[in-house]
Design a protein. Structure first.
Length: 582
């Protein structure tokens, strides 16, 4: 049975929607229980197409100018979505068409707890209230692998990591049991193991309920594991669509072949870099040494009450970094990767030893040895400042003004990140996502840092843009001798840029060493679990299984000190934390 039929869809924006069309003549059919993957780069029109299906595009200034969207409802009636009034669409949204967005923070109310927002969904769509709604919310969060569920229900959105926020959103939407689920890049912020659990959960619900799904993504490997059909979009048009195997194995359009070529394929360490500074024997002295880094957050019932325990976010993390080297830090969301990076930058309180040889700590010093590039480039740039002012920010922060030398440095760095020097008077909104991220990289290099921390710096980019930014990072590293701390949940990307890898689990490094050695012969069970969860086009017939085990908590009683760990030396530059086999 055809659940959704879209024919000749045109969508435009502005006062003259016909002149400002971003979706041009898209057509497709979706059967009950079928999954359609829509792939394409940002600006291709895939998200606007999805927002049109439940008329949410109306609230973003969009107008459906032409075409038909026919939805077969649960009672058998066919609803022409393009002609439906707002009352009819309110009954459809959530109950029959659910939607998961890419950015969870914009979908959650910052002044309500997670539990209150989830209970609202159960009250509106399933008629539950009180203890029943709270129990259902707890069960929903359990299914998406949220640790410490009882405590998390009382947390506010800002207290959760990006990956955990996305899991909350997914749990809220799936709790309504929609007949059609639209998932717009729902796993972009998630690590591979949680991503695998979400995909397994979606597959399980699809089998149980016959739910159809439209899955929007730029991850072709992820599409290979879930889609029945694929539609490729470019410039608002569907340039190719068909069965999964036909599109992936025999692409007909040049743009489809371009996307397939650009996506990074995980190769179990075979694609790891071999040009590291340690490869030729003795390496240079470290530019960063971290020894027994510890970050703990007190947990209180009330503001002035005594702490009932501590979250051991980072526990005795140790590593070093030499010039020209990239250390990839991988692990699940909430594992402590980003917290460790922030501790190194002095953004959170920590204890342990941080050695930065050559760091100039004098008042007014012009050098800062560590700089950071964040995941969301638009959120990192003040929209009111021009490019010149943005690049000058780090220099001004050190007490210096803008002189000819600073302007020359700006021009040099803009040229190196492939941005025109005449863009100094432009604003962030005038650049694409990839250009904004390159602008963030240029700003991070203004003070000649010895170490650059890249926290999920390419995860929000399209695959072709991502490939170009990765090439740029490698070129800049070779030119300036930069050391990178590259934090990511994308194992295929880490494999291509990292010389060494540190695997973080529950705030601790469980395995560290040469990237090829760690990825080809993982010793720790957690590393093996991470690698087994990586999606890949070549593993399209592998089906993820739902893990129902309990997720451990990082909350420890006051004064608790974990025992010292034993390590196993696996190879010359490869060691793993010993596991308890009892």
């Amino acid at each position: 049975m055809t659940l959704l039929s879209v024919s000749g869809l045109h969508v435009g924006f502005g006062r003259d929607p016909k002149a400002g069309e971003v979706v041009r003549g898209v057509s497709f059919d979706l059967a009950a229980g079928q999954t359609l993957a829509i792939v394409g780069e940002s600006g291709s029109g895939k998200s606007v197409t999805a927002l049109s299906l439940n008329r949410l595009v109306d609230f973003g200034g969009g107008t459906i100018t032409e075409g038909s969207i026919r939805l077969t409802r649960a009672d058998g009636d066919v609803l022409e979505v393009t002609q439906a009034d707002e009352a009819a669409m309110t009954r459809v949204r959530g109950a029959e068409i659910g939607m998961i967005f890419q950015e969870p923070m914009t979908s959650l109310n910052p002044v309500l707890t997670v539990g209150a927002q989830m209970e609202e969904a159960f009250r509106l769509h399933r008629g539950l209230a009180g203890a029943a709604a709270r129990a259902a919310a707890k069960d929903a969060l359990d299914r998406v692998r949220i640790p410490d569920v009882a405590r998390r229900l009382g947390d506010y959105p800002h207290q959760l990591s990006g990956g955990m926020l996305q899991r909350v959103m997914i749990a809220s939407v799936l709790a309504c049991n929609p007949r059609l689920l639209i998932a717009d890049e729902p796993t972009t912020a998630l690590d591979v193991t949680v991503q695998a659990q979400i995909m397994a959960l979606l597959g399980e619900l699809k089998q149980e309920t016959g739910m159809a799904m439209i899955f929007i993504t730029h991850d072709i490997g992820l599409v290979a594991g879930i889609a029945d059909r694929v539609m490729v979009m470019q410039d608002g048009r569907a340039v190719e669509q068909g069965a999964l195997a036909e599109v992936l194995d025999h692409p007909q359009h040049d743009y489809t072949r371009h996307l397939l070529h650009a996506v990074p394929h995980f190769a179990n360490g075979r694609a790891a870099r071999q040009d590291g500074p340690r490869a030729g024997g003795a390496a240079a002295a470290p530019v960063l040494t971290v020894q027994d880094l510890v970050v703990r957050f007190p947990v209180k019932r009330r503001m002035f009450a005594r702490a009932k325990g501590e979250i051991h976010a980072v526990e005795r993390v140790s590593f070093d970094l030499v010039p020209g080297e990239t250390l990839g830090i991988v692990g699940e969301s909430g594992s402590g990767k980003s917290t460790a990076a922030r501790a190194i930058l002095g953004l959170v309180r920590s204890r342990g030893t941080l050695a930065l040889p050559g760091a100039d700590t004098r008042a007014g010093a012009s050098q800062r040895p560590v700089q950071m590039v964040f995941q969301n480039p638009y959120a990192s740039l003040n929209p009111r400042l021009t490019v010149e002012s943005l690049l000058a920010e780090p220099v001004i922060a050190t007490g210096h003004g803008i002189d000819d030398a600073v302007r020359a440095r700006m021009a040099q760095l803009l040229a190196r990140v492939d941005l025109p020097t005449n863009c100094l008077g432009r604003y962030p909104h005038e650049f694409s996502g990839g250009q904004r991220q390159r602008l963030c990289i240029a700003r991070a290099l203004m003070l000649n840092p010895s170490v650059v921390v890249l926290d999920e710096a390419v995860s929000a980019l399209d695959v072709s843009v991502q490939a170009r930014v990765l090439e740029l990072l490698v070129d800049l590293q070779r030119e300036f001798g930069l050391a990178y701390l590259f934090i990511s949940h994308d194992m295929a990307v880490v494999e291509r840029i990292a010389h060494r890898i540190a695997v973080v689990h529950a705030g601790q490094i469980v395995e560290i060493g040469d990237a090829a050695a760690v990825l080809s012969a993982p010793r720790h069970s957690y590393t093996r679990r991470l690698i087994s969860a990586v999606p890949n086009i070549d593993r399209r017939h592998v089906r993820f299984t739902l893990d129902t085990s309990t997720v451990g908590s990082l909350l420890r009683p006051p004064g608790y000190e974990p025992p010292m760990a034993d390590w196993v030396q696996v190879g010359p530059d490869h060691r793993a934390r010993a596991e308890d086999t009892a």
